[in-house]
Design a protein around this ligand. Structure first.
Ligand code: GLN
Length: 491
């Protein structure tokens, strides 16, 4: 019995349940691939070989016994290391949590296991998901599989690199301001940020709680839909998780192959006129839009007039929430504690000084400042008001169009070291993704082409709240008429 290592998650799952492929064989091949390539790529912070092979063997046994199996039966999946697992370590790529073992599984981890996925390891990220390149990881370096002198994007860079280099069939990431979509774009894979509230954040280590959302990175749009089917749905342990009465999750595979008729695509003027938009990225996205026109879509000019405030608004809200969320790392409750504190205040100060990296410290300071008395009204409260205006811009746009399309990132993956000493330039690489989190709407990045030197370029599609079904269908229309998701990097 052989498993075609290059198939999609859906194909592998179907082969496993029909007894045409073995889950153990698929997992073994994945671990061989990791052994062969991950020294160079650095996608994983830890792997879970023994546990994964045991799970896979159990799945094969249940297939032989004719028992029912879940929708991800035998599919090797990787998860970002800011998702709590009661097996293995959960580090958030931070020295402060380097030896942390979570006492429970995140909701999405429970869902994956209930679906019979085989969790193979935990992937690298920017420390506490703060960053756009994976260079802020306190525990490892991840490179881009298409060009190892370049970054994989961030913060879910490990998950994106693992999917791109076929070291897993699909992965989970988290997205606060673009951390699923931007690395998906840089690594030439599909990355979906669901609507805020669609997927429970229970067990996701918090960064910016009003922005964070978990979602899949996958080889194909179909696999992203399959993963969303498994992880979406209400969870009483996350008070922002939507109930079925509000917006029930659907079967995202059901109508996926049905193209949308009379599709109206909004082209955001501010996104195409932005400074710093790379000409090759622009022409690739304009070509992709022609593909949609050939499929009968109509392009409509849209203005989102408050977009110019998105970066400032995001970095006020995200850092304010982060400064509060990260107060819990005090040297007492979790993780690292300084070796010889002078007194109890020093336990706090020195544990944090030793445990957090420079970007995390910068954000805690920015956020504390924005929340401090005297500045709260001028910065934080103002940012919340602008956030509402940004939301309003999107609501108005979606009265006229079905979706909005733009590049996922203004430029192809940049060189390692190129932006790390210039945080403001680094923050600009999120210019097209962060407003989406401020608004809460769903968005997907799909491969839309390649630069002259074979670097992937991603296209971002956005729809209104809780319409992931439509979003995925629009993405699938493009994928079905192009071959960009079939390409993979030469390792
Ligand atoms: N790059 C953005 C930041 O650093 C977004 C990160 C994310 O989505 N987690 O905040």
């Amino acid at each position: 019995m052989t498993t075609n290592h290059q198939t999609s998650a859906l194909q592998l799952r179907n082969a496993v349940v029909q007894n045409q492929a073995s889950a153990v064989d698929a997992a073994e091949k994945i671990f061989q691939c990791i052994e062969q390539h991950d020294k160079k790529i650095g996608a994983f912070l830890s792997t879970l070989r023994d546990r994964a092979l045991e799970k896979a063997a159990d799945i094969d046994r249940r297939v032989q016994a004719g028992q029912p199996l879940g929708p991800l039966a035998g599919v090797p999946v990787a998860i970002k290391d800011n998702l709590c697992t009661e097996f293995g370590a959960t580090t958030c790529a931070s020295k402060i949590l380097q030896n942390f073992h979570a006492p429970y599984n995140a909701h999405v981890v429970e869902k994956l296991e209930a679906a019979d996925a085989v969790i193979i390891g935990k992937t690298n990220l920017d420390e506490f998901a703060m960053g756009s390149s994976c260079e802020n990881s306190g525990l490892g370096k991840t490179v881009n599989p298409w060009d190892t002198s370049r970054v994989p994007g961030g913060s879910s860079g490990g998950s994106a690199a693992a999917v791109a280099s076929r070291m897993c069939y699909a992965a989970l990431g988290s997205d606060t301001g673009g951390s699923i979509r931007q690395p998906a774009s840089f690594c030439g894979v599909v990355g979906l940020k669901p609507t805020y509230g669609r997927v429970s954040r229970y067990g996701l280590i918090a960064y910016g709680s009003s922005l964070d959302q978990i979602g899949p990175l996958a080889r194909t749009v179909t696999d992203a839909a399959l993963m969303l089917n498994v992880i979406a749905g209400h969870d009483h342990r996350d008070s922002t998780s939507v109930t079925n009465q509000m917006a029930s999750a659907k079967d995202y595979l059901a109508d996926l192959e049905k193209p949308l008729k009379n599709l109206k695509i909004g082209i955001v003027r501010e996104f195409f006129d932005a400074d710093g938009l790379d000409p090759e990225v622009e022409s690739t996205i304009r070509n992709a839009l022609k593909t949609y026109e050939n499929l009968g879509a109509q392009l409509i000019d849209i203005s989102l007039s408050h977009m110019k405030y998105a970066i400032a608004t995001y970095y006020l809200i995200a850092t304010a929430e982060a400064s509060s969320n990260l107060a819990r790392y005090d040297g007492v409750h979790y993780g690292h504690r300084t070796a010889q504190p002078r007194d109890y205040v020093d336990v706090y100060n020195s544990s944090r000084a030793e445990g957090f990296g420079p970007e995390v410290k910068r954000r805690i300071m920015l956020g504390t400042y924005a929340l401090s008395s005297g500045y709260y009204d001028a910065y934080y409260l103002k940012a919340l008001k602008v956030r509402n205006l940004i939301r309003g811009d999107f609501d108005t746009a979606f009265e006229k169009v079905d979706c909005l399309i733009c590049p996922t990132a203004p430029a192809p993956p940049f060189k390692i070291g190129e932006k790390i000493n210039d945080p403001l330039t680094m923050y600009l690489s999120d210019i097209y993704t962060i407003a989406i989190n401020l608004a809460g709407i769903p968005a997907i990045s799909i491969p839309a082409g390649f630069t002259g030197n074979n670097l992937p370029i991603g296209m971002q599609i956005m729809t209104t709240n809780f319409t992931e079904d439509k979003l995925l269908r629009i993405a699938r229309m493009f994928e079905a008429n192009t071959d960009f998701t079939d390409r993979k990097p030469q390792l």
